[in-house]
Ligand binder design. Structure first.
Ligand code: C2E
Ligand code: CA
Ligand code: CA
Length: 591
């Protein structure tokens, strides 16, 4: 049979007493003034330090605090019952809400951390008549937590160190082979997505073993460290330089548009590396052999790309070391050809192997010569005449174009002076100018001296700039060209139609002339598309008040088309090929 509490003849206070006697947690009930109505055994023992559970009844926290303070004067931070006490009680009563707080108390010199819950205490009519509180001693829990956190932190640091050791080389602090392969895979993914090329370089120091063997590993390490610093110089952040093993390094070059970029970088690196190394009393000379593989041509995964780069590196070693080799041998050949050409061109500039040809520009309506374009030729001592298409692009990427254009300018102006002095009228001189020239601070100075030396006027010169070069950085071009134009020099846009000019820039550029590119002329008059383009360029010039000239006019039909559509000025084989000085002198006499 079920029983009811009242059968035990016990009031709720007595019941509470029994229920909470052995409870470790603290438990209490206070009235609205903060006086205890009930405080369990644990609260009396641990915090209040009351003699029994009857003592707190009718007393508040202050009573016990003051009593303890008197006893333990020597304990300065005796802030008992922090959270138990009345401030938070008031909060609970006024806002009618539960509270959860963590408080520390210093009881008889011992730190105690309590997790406290307080709640409003309502009577059966729903009115607040006091507060109920419970508290748990979480001191040990906290201590354990702290300890755990500390060990976790140590573990994290250890993991970081292990991670570092697993991915970086300790001597050079470069990424090691594992990280290198990881990055290579990432690079391949990106390159695949954006249809780009990557180069993988395998670098091996020549005869490094001998240094280790004869001078010891200690010196060997010092040498490696010095060399790795040299290798690192001028590397882009986006590229990866790694120590793969011993004296073996690896490089990932992202985003290469041209093998020229690779060979240029390599030539530089090989040069930097080969400078003497001073260690203790030793002077050492070290070179490297490099193998190169290119994604996607030589492999589509990290393993095969590195493997092929290493194969190419061994090829470089067997070619006599201190050199590089592409996995694709045709590329090696191309690269060497380029280096050969570069050296030869440098020599050509110094030893005066460049000559200038001239091609007449004709007013076809009046059958009159209006001027001529200077076109460079390279008179090679053994190979004969080399045409600009073979060496201008190289001159541009290497920066030699600046010097080259100045040589052509000098020669052409000197020839113009001779023609004028002998009573001939060569008209206006058109000079091809690489946009790089305009970036040179001394260019205006150089120009001015030329004008004085060769007794000519700015108005007798025209610069031809290639449309695509102008449009690489139109704002910069506008500024630079304005300075030139202000002198009275006219400016023509060369190869017009191939460089995607924006019309708005075209309007703000200080230009005088457009040259219709040869590619739009060669299939005239039968090709409708080319006819439409040519006509559009001509009417564009009429609207913008620019002169227009057609390049590459080779036959009567093309000439007729131009004249009929309003382009009177013509340059091309129909009138004359580019001529050497003697032939041009003849030509001038005829006109
Ligand atoms: P460009 O400025 O467009 O020069 C015109 C090119 O077309 C010249 O080639 C010329 O010989 C050729 N040409 C002229 N009329 C005809 C024709 O009717 N039919 C055909 N098929 N071709 C014709 P070239 O002399 O080989 O020069 C090639 C390019 O090299 C030039 O193109 C110019 O961009 C560059 N270049 C030449 N000399 C110099 C120079 O001194 N400095 C710079 N920066 N570039 C130069
Ligand atoms: Ca030109
Ligand atoms: Ca042209």
């Amino acid at each position: 049979m079920a029983f009811e509490l009242k059968d035990f003849n016990i009031d709720s206070f007595g019941l509470l007493k029994i229920l909470t006697k052995n409870l470790n947690d603290l438990l209490w009930v206070k009235d609205l003034q903060g006086n205890y109505i009930y405080a369990n055994q644990a609260l009396c023992d641990k915090i209040l330090l009351a003699k029994d559970i009857n003592e707190p009844i009718g007393k508040n926290d202050n009573f016990f605090t003051l009593r303890e303070q008197k006893k333990y004067k020597n304990i300065p931070d005796w802030h008992t019952f922090g959270g138990l006490c009345q401030i938070s009680d008031i909060d609970v009563i006024q806002n009618k809400k539960s509270l959860k707080i963590e408080e520390s108390a210093n009881i008889k010199g011992k730190l105690l951390i309590l997790e406290i819950h307080k709640e409003p205490f309502y009577n059966s009519d729903g009115e607040i008549i006091g507060t109920i509180g419970t508290a748990r001693d979480i001191t040990d829990l906290k201590k354990t937590q702290e300890k755990l956190q500390k060990s976790l932190k140590i573990l994290k640091e250890q993991k970081k160190e292990l991670d570092y050791k697993a991915h970086y080389d300790l001597l050079t602090s470069f990424p090691n082979r594992i990280l290198f392969m990881d990055r290579l895979e990432q690079s391949i993914n990106l390159a695949q997505r954006y249809k780009r090329k990557i180069a993988v370089l395998s670098i091996d120091l020549d005869h490094f073993k001998e240094i280790n063997e004869s001078l010891g590993h200690n010196i060997g390490d010092k040498v490696l460290l010095k060399l790795s610093k040299r290798l690192k110089k001028e590397m882009r952040i986006s590229d990866t330089l790694s120590r793969l093993d011993g004296d073996e390094f690896g490089i990932i070059l992202n985003d290469i548009d041209d093998i020229e970029n690779i060979t240029e970088l390599l030539t530089k690196k090989m040069q930097t590396l080969s400078a003497p190394i001073y260690i203790d009393t030793h002077i050492l000379y070290i070179s490297m052999s490099v193998g190169i593989s290119v994604y996607p041509n030589d492999g589509d995964n990290a393993e095969s790309l590195l493997k092929n780069a290493v194969t190419a590196m061994y090829k470089a070693k067997s070619d006599g070391r201190n050199t590089y080799s592409f996995y694709d041998e045709a590329m090696t050949e191309k690269a060497f050809e380029r280096v050969f050409l570069q050296t030869a061109l440098k020599k050509a500039l110094i030893e005066d192997e460049l000559i200038v040809y001239f091609q007449p520009q004709i007013d076809a309506k009046q059958n009159k010569l209006i001027g001529m374009e200077a076109l460079v030729r390279w008179q090679h001592p053994t190979m004969g005449i080399i045409y600009p298409d073979k060496f201008i692009p190289l001159a541009e990427t290497t920066g030699m174009i600046v010097e080259l254009d100045r040589i052509v300018m000098k020669k052409a102006l000197s020839q113009f002076k001779k023609w004028r002095n002998s009573g001939l009228n060569p008209g206006k001189l058109s000079l091809n100018l690489a946009i790089k020239q305009l970036e040179k601070a001394d260019f205006l100075d150089f120009l001015q001296k030329l004008i004085v030396t060769y007794e000519c006027h700015y108005e007798e010169i025209e610069f031809e700039l290639i449309e695509s070069q102008i449009m690489q950085n139109p704002k910069k071009s506008i500024t630079a060209l304005k300075k030139i134009s202000a002198l009275g020099i006219s400016i023509a846009v060369d190869d017009f139609g191939t460089g995607y000019s924006s019309l708005s820039y075209l309007k703000s550029l200080p230009i005088n002339k457009l040259k219709i590119d040869r590619s739009f002329v060669q299939d005239l008059p039968h090709n409708d598309e080319d006819a439409a383009i040519s006509k559009t360029i001509i009417s564009l010039c009429q609207n913008l008040n620019l002169t227009v000239i057609a390049e590459g006019v080779e036959n009567e039909g093309q000439k007729k088309f131009m004249l009929e559509n309003g382009c009177d000025f013509i340059q091309g084989y129909f009138y004359s090929q580019p001529l050497c000085v003697e032939d041009m002198t003849e030509c001038l006499r005829r006109f």
